[in-house]
Design a binder for this molecule. Structure first.
Ligand code: OAD
Length: 231
């Protein structure tokens, strides 16, 4: 019999216990940096050095952290389920833990791309993108990140995937950023939806959601054990 499909939407909270800052919690990145100065196409046009430095620091940190219990629990879930991860995170901790299917909605820190042709995407060697690093067409390389105000090219595929879920998990996201936050709207009626987050998240638009007020490490490991028993 075919395995049931579990679609998992993750946000910054799934990587918090690895030591990566979230964005909107107290002490989060958007308290220390102005989104408009580092994460928009206008910021890039205005001050490439500042934007490159912001993402260089994020990338450098990524080489210093490891996946945590939540990432590993999602790998274990593959023993009995077809697990499809949709992540808003630009880190590679799901992949490093061993998850097979990971879709990045907001780009990937370890990749860079042409600033004139978005199909020219490269793996960056090491953590540092420098001024003068060019694509094959001669333009400055930029971080492979979906900035605020830019379209999210993976949304149609993520919406389609969400509509095929037998079970839907949401882990560690404030659900503040659209269109990612609207993906749960594509889930079929009757599909169980679980949300794991230690803080209160607005779930008004998710009828019947089972909220688990735990940190990702503990909450995900416990839910995965339960789901594996049920399978
Ligand atoms: P947020 O910072 O908005 O939300 C993080 C969520 O993680 C909050 O709901 C926290 O309560 C929760 N959290 C904190 N610690 C946790 C833990 N140990 N376990 C589980 N949850 C925990 O981050 P996102 O929702 O991911 O986009 O933000 C979405 C997008 O906004 C990001 O992808 C990024 C950002 O601006 C771009 O940079 C394009």
């Amino acid at each position: 019999m075919a395995k049931k499909r579990i679609v998992v939407l993750t946000g910054a909270g799934v990587s918090a216990e690895s030591g990566i800052s979230t964005f909107r919690d107290s002490g989060g990145l958007w308290e220390k940096y102005d989104i408009m100065e580092v994460a928009t196409p206008e910021a890039w046009a205005r001050n490439q050095d500042l934007v490159m430095e912001f993402y260089n620091q994020r990338r450098k940190q990524l080489y210093e952290v490891e996946p945590n219990a939540a990432h590993y629990a999602l790998v274990k879930l593959e023993e009995k389920y077809d697990v499809q991860i949709i992540t808003q995170n630009v880190d590679d901790l799901h992949e490093r833990a061993g998850s097979s299917c990971v879709m990045h909605l907001h780009g990937e820190l370890k990749k860079v791309r042409s600033s004139v042709d978005e199909s020219l995407v490269y793996e960056l060697e090491g953590w540092e993108l420098r001024k003068g690093d060019k694509c094959a067409k001669g333009s400055q390389l930029r971080p492979h990140i979906v900035w605020f105000g830019e379209p999210v090219p993976m949304i149609p595929a993520a919406a389609e995937l969400s509509s095929t879920a037998d079970i839907y998990l949401i882990i560690g996201t404030s659900l503040n950023v659209y269109p990612a936050a609207s993906l749960v709207g594509y889930v079929q009626r009757g599909c169980p939806v679980y949300l794991i987050d230690p803080a209160e998240v607005n779930v008004m638009h998710i009828p019947g959601v089972k909220v688990i007020r735990e940190r990702a490490g503990k909450g995900t490991a416990e839910l995965v054990d339960e789901l594996l028993k049920e399978a």
